[in-house]
Design a protein around this ligand. Sequence first.
Ligand SMILES: C[S@@+](CC[C@H](N)C(=O)[O-])C[C@H]1O[C@@H](n2cnc3c(N)ncnc32)[C@H](O)[C@@H]1O
Length: 244
Amino acid sequence: MKENQTNQKKKQYRPLQKMFMEVPPKYDLLNRIFTWRLDESWRKQAVKEILKDKPDKVMDLCTGTGDLLFRIAEQAWPGTELCGLDFSPPMLEIADQKMRSKNLEGIRLISGDAADMPFDDNHFDAIGIAYAFRNLTFKNPDQQKFLKEIYRVIKPGGKFVIVETSRPKNRIMDNLHKLYMNLLVKRLGGSVSGNRPAYHYLAHSATNFYTADEVCDLLKTIGFSKITYRHFVGGVAAMHVAVK
Ligand SMILES: C[S@@+](CC[C@H](N)C(=O)[O-])C[C@H]1O[C@@H](n2cnc3c(N)ncnc32)[C@H](O)[C@@H]1O
């Protein structure tokens, strides 16, 4: 009883939030290793797409340690309003250190939840999200809240660009991907990071996530149109572009 009362007084975390408070120290390094540095080249493709129409206001949603955000900042038109939002203070702390070391200015790092963002309707010309759309949508009870909130803060005609793990269409490739995630990423990530549940979740969610076509259907139900995607490396990752 006493223990229950103590637990109730503890901070209430959003789904997955506690897990992302504990990943940070080796997070970037493990991303580079497990994707053979391809995560960076996929982010680059997203940046190209995000900046294609010279947007005035851009957000990197679930910015984490800021890897997509800073790539955007380095290539954006001067005067572009840029921000990154995330609900993990330790991730944002690393993003802040990186921002200072890169001497980047005028970027806002916002601690907040994707389900309730501190922006007016129709605010952004473009929103990018790298390797977090799965977190917001895979078996997440708040999936619809997140998607509606993203749609709300994008301007009509604005873009939503997603880089995420995906499911290869080829069965052999899909099985190889599952082996890689379950044997290597889950085990090695878990032991090197010291956070087994996080890498267990990564392997499980990535290998059971929506196919690229299912992501298109999901975006369509929210109201997005002109939805396109391209697969990378046989389908282990994908970039979706959708327009409000
Ligand atoms: C796998 S990391 C990706 C980070 C970064 N975008 C990148 O490219 O490396 C997922 C990030 O999403 C954040 N996140 C997950 N759910 C969120 C939510 N509901 N609101 C805000 N941030 C969230 C986590 O804190 C974490 O930093």
